[in-house]
Ligand binder design. Structure first.
Ligand SMILES: Cc1cc2nc3c(=O)[nH]c(=O)nc-3n(C[C@H](O)[C@H](O)[C@H](O)COP(=O)(O)OP(=O)(O)OC[C@H]3O[C@@H](n4cnc5c(N)ncnc54)[C@H](O)[C@@H]3O)c2cc1C
Ligand code: SF4
Length: 478
């Protein structure tokens, strides 16, 4: 074992410096500063190079983490980048937004007595540094193939598949109803977690590799699914999940109550310099308002922290379970708490008050009961425990379901699960329609960027096999 590694015994864990609250709450820039080369090398050298790297096992991409940590510690940064890029299309993005505490870092074996290696921060550093040095090149193919692929959805799943297929020589066209590529990377996730230049930089690179983008095209609206299918030898559906879960009750339709995705999309568009009518009218702007966000997941955390940055008077997060049961990443909850967000645990909305617009949320206290069949504790309301929380803006962040694609696309043969996600053969990634594949959230339900990348890569490999087989059959028939 080189002397350079195993430094966790003497060297404490150190994340890149986090900007102070007053500074970071006043803008939308990322909250972590960059590692400098010596610091990244130092932190990478804390890896114990253990025999069974549980970090890799628990990374959805099975990244060769100990290898690129060792190369980083040795200062062999270009090789570290190459190893990291071999299994991940967007390492600098995952390094920023993966919930590492639940994935790689949460399974780092040195964590027992010491804090884990800062895997995500080193991963981010390695690729950012590679971009700065000009080592990141478009993955143009060595030879072209005639077959073409249509990908619906320019989110991480669709883009990872597009890059893999283009590198194999296919003619790849990515369709998206948005006007920019990136899916939730560009319009969902706020820039204080992932600055938009990082996403735009990837989009440029994919175009340079020869991938064509047809943006502002709604499949099922502007272009029928049947027409798109006729254009290509194979199709990948990577449309994500966008139907916001709604909330009922008296007053639920009052102006001032908005879905999280509309609110976050507007904030991201403003950051990108777009004009947004809903923001200009004040409907999607938290400035000067008392804000209540309903929900306890990562989307809710993104909303509360966006509202802080927009200059809300106060921001409260309403969640019907307690802190220990929150689905969101604890790191994000901590960031939100630091930034002044008040969490109202064990509370649920019962009604929305107001005449012209919402003025308050009527809440009821909840208590946790016995675990149900799924093992999760049930929640029950406490009679007579009402509290009114004043609010001029209420944001609903209750999660997302898939849109009804078979109906929207006039394809009743496209089979879906009971949750509305697309059914695929888990080996071939093919849906019930021949030559139509699917990947990402539309198959898994709302999940993570790293899983969408994994699915996109696996689906691309399966599509390659399928297209080779069809080409061979066609040749044999001639
Ligand atoms: C607010 C928010 C914050 C999140 N934060 C994190 C995080 O910190 N870390 C993390 O790992 N994950 C996070 N996630 C989850 C993550 O963003 C998703 O799991 C991931 O983006 C899914 O990728 P995808 O490619 O399947 O779909 P998406 O990223 O949703 O992309 C789908 C694309 O398909 C397009 N599309 C849909 N229908 C059509 C159609 N009919 N015609 C044309 N185009 C269409 C959409 O416009 C979109 O661009 C977050 C999600 C949200 C909502
Ligand atoms: S992709 Fe995500 S889970 Fe895998 S090593 Fe990177 S940060 Fe960890």
């Amino acid at each position: 074992m080189p002397e350079r590694m195993l430094k966790f015994v003497n060297m404490p864990q150190q994340m890149p410096e986090k900007r102070g609250v007053p500074e970071r709450a006043a803008d939308f820039d990322e909250i972590y500063r960059d590692f400098a080369v010596p610091k990244a090398r130092e932190q990478a050298s804390r890896c114990s190079q253990c025999g069974v790297p549980f970090c890799s096992v628990h990374c959805p991409l099975n990244n060769n983490i100990p290898d690129w940590l060792k190369l980083t510690a040795e200062g062999r940064l270009e090789e570290a980048y190459e190893v990291s890029a071999a299994t991940n299309n967007f390492p600098e993005i995952c390094g920023r937004i993966c919930p590492q505490d639940r994935l790689c870092e949460g399974n780092c074996v040195i964590e027992k007595g010491f804090d884990s290696v800062t895997i995500g921060a080193v991963e981010r550093f390695v690729t950012d540094h590679a971009f700065d040095q000009g080592w990141v090149k478009p993955r143009s193919p060595i030879r072209e193939r005639e077959q073409s692929v249509g990908i619906i959805g320019a989110g991480p799943g669709g883009l990872a598949a597009a890059e893999q297929l283009r590198a194999l020589g296919y003619q790849v066209v990515v369709y998206d109803r948005y006007d920019r590529a990136g899916g939730l990377l560009i319009y969902g996730i706020p820039s204080f977690k992932l600055e938009k230049d990082i996403v735009l930089r990837r989009w440029n690179l994919l175009e340079e590799a020869g991938i064509r983008f047809e943006l502002g095209v709604d499949i099922g609206g502007d272009l029928s699914f049947a027409e798109l299918r006729a254009r290509h030898d194979a199709v990948l559906v990577a449309t994500g999940v966008y139907k916001s879960r709604d909330i009922g009750g008296p007053g639920a339709g009052l102006p001032g109550i908005v879905p999280a995705i509309d609110y976050l999309t507007a904030a991201n568009r403003i950051g990108l310099g777009d004009e947004v009518a809903g923001f200009a009218s004040g409907e999607l702007d938290a400035a000067g308002k008392r804000v209540v966000v309903i929900g306890g997941g990562d989307t809710a955390m993104d909303c509360v922290r966006t509202a802080v940055r927009q200059g809300a008077l106060s921001v409260q997060c309403l969640y019907r379970r307690d802190k220990a049961n929150m689905p969101g990443s604890m790191r994000e909850v901590k960031n939100a708490e630091e930034e002044g967000v008040e969490f109202v645990w064990l509370s649920a909305p019962e009604a929305f008050l107001g005449d012209e617009t919402v003025t308050a949320v009527r809440t009821v206290r909840m208590h946790l009961g016995l675990p149900d069949a799924s093992g999760r504790q049930s929640v029950e309301s406490v009679p007579g425990s009402h509290v009114n929380l004043p609010a001029e803006l209420v944001i609903k962040a209750l999660g997302f379901d898939p849109e009804a694609l078979p109906t929207l696309w006039g394809e009743p043969g496209l089979e879906i699960s009971r949750w509305g996600t697309l059914k695929v053969n888990h080996k071939s990634f093919m849906t019930s329609l021949p030559g139509v594949f699917a990947a990402g959230d539309i198959v898994r339900g709302a999940s993570l960027v790293v899983w969408a990348i994994r699915d996109g890569r696996d689906a691309a490999a399966a599509m390659h096999v399928h297209m080779q087989q069809t080409a061979a059959l066609a040749e044999a028939a001639e």
